[in-house]
Ligand binder design. Structure first.
Ligand code: ATR
Length: 274
């Protein structure tokens, strides 16, 4: 039996084991995916152990996505520039790191919108998730991606760090509210909207373009207050299930060569969320 896993701290609530084990069963692959609780001070030993037992691949989640980079044999260039790895593949005994968070987000939004390249994009937030999405979208050739964040200097740093050609501005939140009409796509990447901040939004959508596409990477709740407000303004909306399922699908494809059934994955996640 091949062995796969997700490592993190905490790890009890991860939906990845249910999603991947269902896929292994569905595609008749003799493998099992485990949730492994790994504390930060044990990360190095854990990676050595996983390599020693010949693990076929694993996902990496909070708080290990950054620190793991120095512990792998190789890391692909997009993951290196993002500075975070969420998927590891055992390639002939070498542990190789990838980042499928940003590319997963991109695949999800491409399924909804036909042409992205000529759209003006706004990303709210400048943390790890924003970084993965911003770099992946810039790498994909999207020309104009602005960033807005409570701490505007963090948005400036992301723009400064981005190795891909893209036009970007870092904006204050209140400034963004005034010029929101300019954006075709708005992507919410902060934790606002998730418990305990369910009743908050990062910025007002009063000036949102009528037919804008608004997405939130949060999936619990399925519809944040931000998405509810966007819907009221006539926008098309997308919740965080898309990014979660697509990052998992791209990981599964790297491990098995099979691009899995996304509807099947979505249903498993929805069932887990109750
Ligand atoms: P992740 O890796 O999930 O993206 P993170 O790196 O902790 O998480 O980033 C969290 C993001 O949410 C940041 O953009 C943060 O803004 P700051 O850079 O100003 O801290 C944003 N965020 C979190 N709580 C917020 C709040 N109450 N108001 C505004 N922004 C908030």
């Amino acid at each position: 039996k091949k062995l796969y896993a997700v490592i993190g701290d905490p790890i009890g609530h991860s939906m990845s084991p249910a999603m991947h084990n269902d896929l292994f069963q569905h595609y008749k692959i003799d493998a099992h995916y485990h949730a492994l609780h790994v504390k930060s001070e044990q990360l190095e030993d854990a990676i050595k152990g996983l390599k020693a037992i010949g693990i076929s691949g694993f996902n990496v989640t909070i708080p290990h996505k950054v620190k793991i980079i120095s512990l792998l044999d190789r890391v692909d260039s997009l993951a290196l520039s993002i500075g975070a790895v969420n998927t590891v593949v055992n390639e002939d005994g070498q542990l190789v790191g990838y980042n499928t968070d940003g590319s997963g987000y991109l695949t999800g939004i491409r399924n909804e919108l036909s042409s992205l390249e000529d759209k003006k994009v706004l990303i709210i937030g400048a943390g790890g998730a924003a970084r993965a999405i911003y770099f992946s979208m810039a790498d994909a050739g999207i020309k104009q991606i602005d960033l807005t964040n409570r701490t505007v200097n963090k948005a400036l740093s992301l723009i400064h760090d981005c190795p891909y050609a893209v036009q970007s501005e870092a904006l204050e939140l209140n400034e963004t509210e005034k010029q929101l009409i300019e954006y075709d796509i708005v992507i919410q990447t902060t934790s606002i909207g998730m418990s305990p901040e369910r009743d908050y939004i990062p910025l007002s959508l009063h000036n949102l373009k009528t037919n804008a596409f608004v997405s939130d990477i949060i999936y619990n709740p399925l519809e944040t207050l931000f998405l509810q407000n966007a819907k009221e303004k006539g926008a098309s909306i997308q919740n965080g299930i898309s990014m979660f399922v697509h990052q998992g699908a791209l990981a599964f494809q790297k491990w098995t060569g099979i691009l899995p059934d996304l509807d099947r994955m979505k249903n498993i996640v929805l069932k887990q969320l109750g």
